[in-house]
Design a binder for this molecule. Structure first.
Ligand SMILES: C[S@@+](CC[C@H](N)C(=O)[O-])C[C@H]1O[C@@H](n2cnc3c(N)ncnc32)[C@H](O)[C@@H]1O
Length: 234
């Protein structure tokens, strides 16, 4: 994908450096070891709007955005530094190459938001809900960890539901055409306190935050589908 702002890449790399790593150049094992908060990952974070909003709502968590396209994710990092966010990290690379560098069962939540549907049957293995990818997520997720997916593409969604069930995961929730549930940072805090009396991570969910793609689709009246699933017990 050619990103319109690619000519700004050098300046974004510099501006975003504090929260940006490149899988081909940096020692990620070292980076991951310095993280002392529970980790959530968005695979295919694009321009990072979702990661930034989640990081503001849940400051006690570390939100990691992964994307293969350098210019897109460098911009995400530069904007995050500009906004003073410290509980975010952006990694340039493919999830398949990055996952082996993370300790297993360390991730609380994995988000797939508006992933490429790869409609041709011969590209099915590239879909982020293909069995090979699900195995990677199962390796990363903690015992109570979950995978959440949102998409506008119903064919891809139904394929994902089937793929996830076939791989032995439990579908906790499957909702076709779910309503947006935006919350403000303060409301989120109050909500979490009410939910479990501790203010901890109980209510973290991608349902509360709209991504760049989601905003565009919702504005056009396109239904958005959501699922939440748990990996098979290790
Ligand atoms: C359609 S965009 C969605 C962006 C964002 N999540 C949103 O909802 O606005 C999908 C992104 O996933 C990235 N992507 C696809 N496969 C990937 C992989 N295997 N590893 C990392 N990123 C990937 C693409 O580069 C692209 O930026």
């Amino acid at each position: 994908m050619r990103y319109r702002g690619a000519r700004h890449l050098p300046e974004w790399l510099e501006q975003g450096a504090a929260v940006l790593r490149d899988n081909r150049k940096d020692d990620l094992t070292d980076t991951f070891q310095t993280i002392n908060k529970p980790i959530c990952i968005e695979v295919g974070c694009g321009r990072g709007g979702f990661i930034r909003q989640m990081a503001k709502l849940w400051p006690d968590m570390m939100f990691i955005g992964i994307d293969k396209v350098p210019a897109v994710i460098a911009k995400a990092a530069a904007t995050s530094v500009e906004q003073g966010l410290t509980n975010v990290l952006f990694i340039i690379g493919d999830i398949e190459d990055i996952a082996p560098k993370l300790d297993k069962h360390r991730v609380q939540q994995i988000f797939l938001n508006f992933s490429d549907p790869w409609p041709k049957a011969r590209h099915a293995n590239r879909r982020l809900t293909a069995h090979k990818k699900l195995d990677i997520y199962a390796h990363l997720l903690s015992e109570d960890g979950v995978l959440e997916q949102k998409t506008d593409n119903q064919v891809f969604f139904e394929w994902s539901v089937e793929s996830i069930a076939d791989a032995g995961w439990s579908l906790v929730r499957v909702e076709r055409g779910f309503s947006a549930m935006d919350i403000e940072a303060d409301d989120a805090g109050a909500g979490r306190m009410e939910a479990n009396g501790t203010g901890t991570v109980g209510m973290i969910s991608s349902q509360f935050v709209q991504t760049e793609y989601e905003q565009k689709f919702r504005a056009q009246g396109i239904p958005i589908h959501y699922l939440c699933a748990r990996p098979p017990k290790a």
